[in-house]
Every structure is written in C-alpha cells, then in structure tokens.
Design a protein around this ligand. Structure first.
Ligand code: FMN
Length: 332
C-alpha cells in the first residue's frame, strides 16, 4: 500500500496537482469518489512568505479531503524553507510537496519548477533544507528531465532520497515536451529502480486499464491522474474499483453528471463567491459535458453564464431532454 512518511493511503490512486483546478471544491468532489490521496494546486513560496491574501486562501483544506499533499514552488532556498515552515505549522496538509516539473517560462525564470531538473546538487540542497525544518513528510513532483539530452531522472530521484524526501512523483515527460508527445513510462520504471522511497507514476493515464498497466509495467507504488479526472471524477472511482477487483464500472447517467457538476459549483461558490466561481466553473462545465449528447449546442451559452441559476438551468435542461439520460457516449 502507498505510504508516504507516516501517512498511509487506502489505495494507490492519486489526484494530480493542477493549477487553477485543484482547489478544495474540486479536490473534495474527487475525494468522495474514493481516491487515496489528493494533491493541491501549486502555491508560490513568495506569496506565502509575503502573506498575500489570495495565496493564503489557497491553503484552505477541508478535513474531509485528507490525506492531502500541498505543493509549493520556488527557486530560492530561504523563501522555500519559510513557506514550507508556514505550511507545516499553519495548515492541516499531511504532506508538503515541492514542484520540480512546472515547464512554463514564468516559473523557470524564477529558477523554480522544472529548472531544477538540470541540477541534482541543487535538488539535494533545497530538499534537505526543507526537510530539516519541517515535521510533515516532504515529497517532490518532477518531470523525467529537461530535454531528450538531459534526462537525469535517476540522479534527481536519488538526490531527493538522500535529502530525506519521503516520496517522488514522476511525470514521464521532459520540460521541453510541455504536454506534447507521449509520457515515457520507462523512465518512471528507472526512477523506481533507482530509489527505495515510494515512486508515484504520472502521465497519460486515461483509463482504469492504463492505471493498472502503469503499476504493472513500472513497478511504481502509486498512480497519479490529472487530465482524465477533469469533469470526470467517476474515472477515479472506476480506477479504484478496477485495481481492487478487475471490474469496470459503467459510465454515469447524464443526470448524475449534472448533479456532481452542480455540487462542485456550489462548493466553489462557498470557497470563492458566486461571481468568481461561476466564471471558473465554465471550463469545468465544458469538461463535465464532454461526450454528453446535445451538449455542443449549449457550450457557447455556458461560456457566457454569469450566475449559478443560469448555469444550473442549462445543465439540467440538458439532462431532462428526452431520452438522453443513459446515452453518454464516451467517458472523457
Ligand atoms: C491544467 C493543469 C494544471 C497543472 N498544474 C500543475 C501544478 O500546479 N503542479 C504540478 O506539479 N503539475 C501540474 N500539472 C501537471 C499535472 O499534475 C500532471 O503532471 C500532467 O497533467 C500529466 O498527467 P496526466 O496525463 O494524468 O494529465 C498541471 C496540469 C494541467 C493539465
């Protein structure tokens, strides 16, 4: 079973951290579909250290989400350590994760995210500095390397382990790949063979069968799922069940999809406020509607909704259309 430091997960299925997505509203909704661990979206170390209100609000965790891993990013040791100490003492997160995979220029320019992948010594220095100052287990989420000529996944994973890190998650792409091409699971296997701490595999798990294949082929201890969960928390439940029993559960009805979408919306309204939540929910609603017959015709309207009631009316209008209930064509 997946165990990170003293934190034990009830199964190996992990919700990936996703910026702009994995706030408490979404995480709790996914958690209720049975995943072993949820990861929060990345939070800026400097935002925490400077007490930025928006950043501090991102640290909110509902007890029901636990166990939860909270990810911070940064490029300087002092601020990274201070932010980790803040998370350690002032939040109910179970695990502190360090981002070492974010490929976007804005983050790389601050010497953060995937920038570290080129320098195992820096990884060792930064991770050990954090580990020394906090009580919660510290983990790192990394990509396999910078580009095809600079894949140091083995050295980088070992640097995390030597520094006292409790686990690593490995996304099987390089920084240069961004989200293009295919995740290379061979490097996840290599990471697993390089260290004794748990390794969580990540990248291109789209179905419950993919999750099983990743566990079998790489020997990894957990399987992290990102994009396949967007608008589709059922996929997580189907994966948990498939790994437990080999049984593939059926797709939900349209009505059920809409019910969960509205639950997610209401949680987002509680977390932010209606104005922000409805705008944020437009993209989620489009994801929930993927594969729902007839949804194409309301997509444009969804992008213009301003209130909860308008959105709910559109969603349930679709679910109540005659004969649609059991005709979802694809999962996501
Ligand atoms: C919208 C979006 C936001 C993401 N934000 C983060 C993030 O905050 N931290 C992180 O480590 N990875 C982030 N990722 C990367 C995912 O955690 C994951 O590594 C990647 O999507 C590959 O997994 P998948 O194929 O299951 O989606 C993000 C990905 C997406 C699509």
């Amino acid at each position: 079973m997946l165990k990170i430091g003293n934190v034990e997960m009830k199964n190996p299925v992990v919700l990936a951290p996703m910026a702009g997505v994995c706030n408490s509203a979404f995480r709790l909704t996914v958690k209720e579909f049975g995943v072993g661990l949820v990861c929060a979206e990345m939070v800026s170390d400097k935002g925490i250290v400077y007490g930025n209100e928006k950043t501090l609000n991102m640290l909110y965790i509902d007890e029901r989400e636990k166990p939860l891993s909270l990810q911070i990013f940064g490029g300087e040791k002092d601020s990274l350590v201070q932010a980790a100490q803040y998370v350690d003492k002032n939040t109910n997160a179970d695990i502190i994760d360090i981002n070492m995979g974010c490929p976007v220029n804005k983050i790389i320019k601050c010497e953060a995210g995937a920038r570290w992948l080129l320098n195992p010594d820096k990884i060792y220095e930064m991770v050990s500095a954090v580990v020394d100052k906090v009580d919660k287990p510290v983990t790192v989420k990394m990509r396999i390397g910078w580009d095809d000529n600079h894949i140091f996944v083995s050295e980088n994973a070992q640097a995390v382990e030597r520094a006292g890190g409790s686990a690593i998650a490995v996304h099987g792409r390089t920084r240069v790949q961004m989200y293009e091409g295919k995740a290379n699971w061979d490097y996840i296997k290599l990471a697993k063979e390089s260290v004794n701490i748990p390794v969580i595999g990540n990248g291109d798990v789209q179905t419950p069968q993919d999750a099983k294949r990743m566990l079998d082929e790489t020997g990894c201890d957990g399987v992290m799922i990102g994009r396949a969960a967007l608008g589709n928390p059922w996929m997580m439940y189907q994966t948990v069940k498939y790994l437990e029993s080999g049984i593939l559960l059926p797709e939900p009805s349209v009505r059920e999809k809409m019910d969960v979408c509205v639950l997610h919306l209401d949680r987002l309204i509680d977390l932010k406020d209606e104005y922000i939540a409805v705008r944020e929910m437009r993209k989620h609603a489009a994801w929930y509607l993927k594969g729902v017959p007839g949804s194409g015709k309301i997509r444009k309207e969804i992008n213009n909704v301003e209130t909860r009631d308008q959105l709910v009316e559109l969603l349930y209008g679709l679910a109540e259309d005659d004969g649609l209930e059991d005709k979802i064509t694809t999962a996501v």
